[in-house]
Design a protein around this ligand. Structure first.
Ligand SMILES: C[S@@+](CC[C@H](N)C(=O)[O-])C[C@H]1O[C@@H](n2cnc3c(N)ncnc32)[C@H](O)[C@@H]1O
Length: 212
């Protein structure tokens, strides 16, 4: 039986095994390389105006790399695991725009953030069984205060068709304008433990010009 961390800080003690095509933390497949088309789609949406980007969860740095490909003014990364955060800092040194890596859990760091962002890309990992498929839910309402007017939140959604109603209700509690985008061409291997569809529906949530 796979072991969830008994509390968030235990996550940080789990062993990190970064391979060419996947990132394993403790017992968990946290990220795999087949997600590239998905990360590319998220990065394209979040860099809509090439502005200031907040990314939560560095993982293998695939989406971070895509954000740089599309271009941004600044890139702030929040990453909880110290080994992954160190990889993010190494990666950051090689980028042409300012990259700030904040090490810690977003739940602890967000309240102290004073900056606002043009785009937020959220892709963490469920650390408790009850967060499976919905680890983004608690962040959605809080994202509004971190976005500039007209800013965009997008994320790894865990959504296929039909899109879950409770998820849509939650999004529309915080945002008035939402695009649901079909990202196809996904090829998760048979042993992928967290996704088996060849597509995912990603929300792109836009804060209107007045803020909500
Ligand atoms: C799925 S990976 C991110 C993958 C990334 N988008 C990529 O393209 O490689 C999730 C990352 O989020 C981190 N993480 C999990 N929970 C977190 C939290 N509450 N706050 C910050 N980082 C978290 C994990 O340590 C892991 O590195």
């Amino acid at each position: 039986m796979k072991k969830y961390p008994s509390h968030n800080d235990e996550w940080n003690q789990f062993k990190v095994d970064l391979r060419e095509d996947e990132l394993i933390i403790g017992d968990w497949q946290v990220m795999q390389a087949w997600e590239l088309p998905l990360m590319k789609a998220l990065a394209k949406e979040v860099t809509w105006n090439h502005g200031d980007i907040l990314e939560i969860g560095f993982g293998m740095g695939i989406s971070s790399g895509q954000i740089m490909e599309y271009g941004c003014k600044s890139h702030t990364i929040i990453e909880a695991h110290p080994v992954v955060a160190q990889q993010a800092r190494e990666w950051a040194k090689k980028q042409k725009v300012p990259v700030i890596v904040l090490e810690g859990f977003w739940q602890n760091l967000i309240p102290a953030l004073t900056d606002k962002f043009d785009g937020i890309l959220f892709d963490t990992y469920p650390l408790k069984p009850e967060e499976r498929g919905m680890n983004h839910f608690s962040f959605i309402p809080l994202s509004v205060n971190l976005l500039k007017k007209g800013g965009v939140l997008t994320y790894y959604s865990d959504e296929k068709l039909p899109f879950r109603h409770e998820h849509l209700d939650l999004i529309f509690t915080s945002f008035k304008e939402v695009k649901l985008q079909y990202v196809g061409g996904l090829t998760p291997p048979e042993d992928c433990e967290y996704w088996q569809e060849n597509y995912m529906i990603i929300p792109v949530c836009k804060l209107d010009a007045e803020g909500i």
